[in-house]
Design a protein around this ligand. Structure first.
Ligand code: RFL
Ligand code: PHB
Length: 383
């Protein structure tokens, strides 16, 4: 087999890259380890920033997002028992975020790929990449395949094979946070019309949603917490306590703990292999940036690959450097939000006072509120 770009991983990064390449007349093959059902059900991100919404439109898959997604023009920061709204759109010249589940984005991109009749293989196994050849080998339906290509895009997430394949040339920057998030999905009206990020002495809490009928809630818990240790009632009681109000309750139909960590590898490329999305970097979810940063990477990569086929290799050579500028901005924002809103074991009252001062400043100074807003709605994607 031969193609121009072999894309390892059919998550948001891989599928969006395939779509961007298709629209530029560049061939690709997408290889996904899981089955279609699984990737379409996997519950993850819920917030699309403005540049991601714009990208969905640009590649012609934004129709359902506009129909079913919930556009939000503000978020609330809640601390010391009171809520304070950050007017995202007013502070950013009208930009906004949209609540639209990651699995919906994935569904829309898979549908588009299949409508175009382009190659997307599910349930591939024993994938190996040779960045120098470049070549990808994999097993599909009991047959071994060799896929020769011009470029390999490593979009296989944080547990994939692409990053390890070039580990010897990478420097990893890493930070683990001493807590995790216990997340639930429940059938009830959201606690509020906008997201609430809540600072509380007992720990952080977040009220989000997937629709007006489905609520998404998170509680800061110890990093190795067993979700089954929490009964539904204990979760609701703790949410009420931290938010300082009675939140709507309903049937909990999904429950899990997410560890919180930051990591970046540099460079994001070696030989003919280019990393994008979670394969290259992870952020704690407090800034809602993981999916969006994956989209920013592939946007840049698609433009660079296109330029390369046009005879200009400079953009591809500079891919990692350009991508990392935005990646580190996002890392900082996610770290800042995480540090401001969570309780860290061993924090003294001095630390608590500093957090509250920072929250007060962020919600009262237009300059600081704007800094939060412009990062939250998403800084422009480089092209
Ligand atoms: P993904 O989504 O992990 O996709 C990688 C794909 O590669 C496949 N794969 C392989 N395929 C072939 N061969 C192999 N050897 C393979 N190994 C793996 C996997 O099956 C998978 O399909 O990475 P991608 O595309 O880079 O996308 C990144 C996002 O998924 C991630 O950053 C976000 O989900 C993070 N995140 C959030 N991001 C946001 O922007 N906003 C949010 O509100 C937000 N909330 C979250 C989140 C992540 C969470 N969890 C569970 C980590 C909330 C949570 C709870
Ligand atoms: C979510 O709805 O899953 C969500 C929202 C905001 C975040 C993280 C996750 O910061």
């Amino acid at each position: 087999m031969r193609t121009q770009v072999a894309i390892v991983g059919g998550g948001p990064a891989g599928l969006m890259l395939a779509r961007l390449l298709e629209l530029r007349g560049i061939e690709s093959v997408v290889l996904e380890a899981r089955d279609r059902e699984y990737v379409q059900q996997r519950v993850r991100a819920g917030v699309l920033e403005q540049p991601t919404m714009d990208l969905m439109d640009e590649v012609g898959v934004g129709e359902r997002m506009h129909r079913e997604g919930l556009v939000h023009h503000g978020v609330e920061l809640r601390f010391a028992g009171e809520g304070h709204r950050i007017a995202l759109s007013d502070l950013t010249g009208g930009r906004a975020i949209s609540i639209y589940g990651q699995q919906e984005v994935v569904k829309d991109l898979i549908d588009a790929r299949q409508a175009s009749g382009l190659p997307l293989y599910f349930e591939v196994s024993d994938v190996s990449v040779d960045p120098d050849a470049p070549r990808v080998e994999f097993t599909h339906e009991d047959s071994r395949h060799v896929l020769d290509c011009d470029f390999i895009a490593g979009c296989d997430g944080s547990h994939g094979v692409c990053r390890p394949a070039i580990a010897s040339v990478l420097t990893e920057y890493h930070r683990d946070y001493p807590f995790g998030w216990l997340g639930i999905l429940a059938r009830c009206r959201p606690a509020s019309e906008e997201l609430i990020y809540c600072h509380h002495e007992r720990g952080f809490a977040l009220a989000s949603m997937r629709s007006m009928e489905v609520t998404r809630m998170y509680l800061q818990v110890p990093p190795d917490e067993d979700a089954d240790r929490w009964s539904d009632e204990e979760i609701w009681d703790e949410l009420d306590r931290r938010f300082g109000m009675e939140v709507n309750r309903g049937e909990v139909f999904e429950k899990g703990v997410t560890p919180m960590r930051s990591s970046v590898v540099e460079p994001m490329q070696h030989a003919k292999l280019y990393l994008a999305g979670d394969a290259a970097h992870i952020v704690p979810p407090t800034g809602a940036k993981g999916l969006n940063t994956a989209m920013a990477d592939v946007c840049l990569l698609a433009h660079a690959i296109e330029a390369s086929y046009g005879g200009d290799d400079a953009k591809l050579a500079a891919y990692s450097e350009r991508a990392l500028e935005r990646v580190w901005r996002v890392q900082h924002f996610s770290w800042w939000m995480t540090s401001m809103l969570h309780r860290f074991a061993g924090d003294d009252d001095f630390q608590l006072k500093l957090q509250l001062s920072q929250l007060r400043y962020t919600t009262s100074s237009p300059a600081q509120a704007t800094a939060l807003a412009e990062n939250y709605v998403g800084l422009p994607f480089a092209a």
